[in-house]
Design a protein around this ligand. Structure first.
Ligand SMILES: *[C@@H]1O[C@H](CO)[C@@H](O)[C@H](O)[C@H]1NC(C)=O
Ligand SMILES: *[C@@H]1O[C@H](CO)[C@@H](O)[C@H](O)[C@H]1NC(C)=O
Ligand SMILES: *[C@@H]1O[C@H](CO)[C@@H](O)[C@H](O)[C@H]1NC(C)=O
Ligand SMILES: *[C@@H]1O[C@H](CO)[C@@H](O)[C@H](O)[C@H]1NC(C)=O
Ligand SMILES: *[C@@H]1O[C@H](CO)[C@@H](O)[C@H](O)[C@H]1NC(C)=O
Ligand SMILES: *[C@@H]1O[C@H](CO)[C@@H](O)[C@H](O)[C@H]1NC(C)=O
Ligand SMILES: *[C@@H]1O[C@H](CO)[C@@H](O)[C@H](O)[C@H]1NC(C)=O
Length: 283
């Protein structure tokens, strides 16, 4: 740990008493660091408080008791906890709990190593092909350099580290930059379908990201096509059936219309006759 980078980080958390929202702050660390965690509680000026007890917890265990007096608070009730993070069991959550009344308030710091993620989370490939799964960590603004990477595949429910020297014809692992790793899987079969984990190892601990791979046979992508083809055939058949039916109906309709027309003409003739007759009477 001689060359460990020790970066002091000051984290300030401000909050107003009796807001019920829990404040959470995540601190990403890749190497050992000296941290000063600072909680600050702002009380309403109307509140007449002489002293406040602050309990610091690591996960759920009390690690420190602090007591803040009014004469040193200036209405901003600060409590600090220093952590010299040198091992992975010092990562985790640190909480300051203000024993205020009637309600306690707290803030939590999450100390964790950077989380890697798959460049693409889901990849589809075909039997017989090869595929390259990639994982990276960090971003343009936050660059991290894991000391190594490990790829895992699932065998049943168990995660097994991929050892490329044991299966060189199946797996190759390459790395251009420390922040990215690539796993090439050759001679894909449907059994290669599954979730692969890439673990970034940092001086302070390791963390995993995931990439899921689905291997299809060449028949699988044809299936939707075949389904569409079947639908088209069915559709065409339905159109023929429909046309056959409507032709019959049209025929019937024509018949009815003809009958209707006939009755109409009869009626008009009738009425004409009536009109004529009335006219005749009028005349
Ligand atoms: C903290 O939680 C763990 C399980 O999450 C439990 O085993 C342990 O007893 C708890 N410790 C305290 C002090 O409550
Ligand atoms: C504030 O008051 C407490 C007890 O009343 C005393 O122990 C402490 O020394 C005082 N602090 C300052 C900065 O005066
Ligand atoms: C933190 O730990 C490192 C390594 O153990 C040590 O060199 C350093 O002095 C420690 N710092 C503090 C403030 O305790
Ligand atoms: C912190 O506060 C939240 C809600 O205010 C509560 O659910 C949680 O148990 C508290 N945590 C601790 C460690 O007291
Ligand atoms: C990865 O590292 C390279 C070289 O240090 C850098 O150019 C690139 O921006 C990094 N990418 C990410 C996502 O951190
Ligand atoms: C998976 O596990 C089974 C039983 O645990 C074992 O027989 C088999 O060799 C394993 N396969 C691989 C690829 O590790
Ligand atoms: C991979 O397998 C070889 C041969 O059994 C072994 O020497 C090597 O230590 C293994 N590598 C890892 C990272 O387990």
């Amino acid at each position: 740990m001689g060359q460990a980078h020790c970066i002091p980080i000051l984290v300030v958390v401000l909050r107003v008493l009796y807001s019920s929202r829990e404040v959470l702050k995540t601190i990403i660390l890749q190497s050992p660091a000296e941290l000063e965690l600072l909680c600050s509680l702002v009380l309403k000026p109307s509140m007449d408080v002489e002293e406040i007890e602050v309990v610091w917890k690591k996960e759920n265990e009390t690690i420190k008791n602090d007591r803040i007096f009014k004469n040193e608070s200036k209405n901003s009730w600060c409590s600090r906890h220093e952590v010299n993070v040198t091992t992975r069991d010092q990562l985790g959550s640190y909480t300051c709990v203000y024993k205020t009344k009637p309600e306690e308030v707290n803030s939590t710091f999450h100390l964790q190593v950077p989380e890697p993620h798959g460049k693409s989370e889901r990849i589809i490939s075909y039997v017989g092909d090869f595929v390259v799964l990639a994982c990276l960590v960090g971003s343009e603004t936050h660059q991290y350099n894991p000391s190594s990477w490990v790829w895992y595949t699932k065998n049943g429910s168990e995660q097994v580290a991929i050892n490329t020297t044991l299966m060189p014809e199946k797996y190759t692992i390459t790395q251009e930059h420390a922040n990215m790793t690539k796993l090439k899987i050759m001679g894909l079969s449907e059994e290669d379908t599954g979730v692969y984990s890439c673990e970034a190892v940092f001086p302070l601990g390791a963390r995993k990201g995931e990439v899921s791979l689905k291997v299809l046979t060449y028949m699988t992508p044809l299936k939707p096509f075949l389904a569409i083809a079947a639908e088209v055939v069915l559709f065409v058949a339905i159109i023929f059936a429909y046309e056959a039916c409507t032709k019959k109906k049209e025929f019937q309709v024509e018949e009815v219309e003809k009958e209707f027309e006939q009755t109409e003409t009869l009626k008009t003739e009738d009425s004409n006759g009536v009109e004529n007759s009335t006219r005749q009477r009028k005349v």
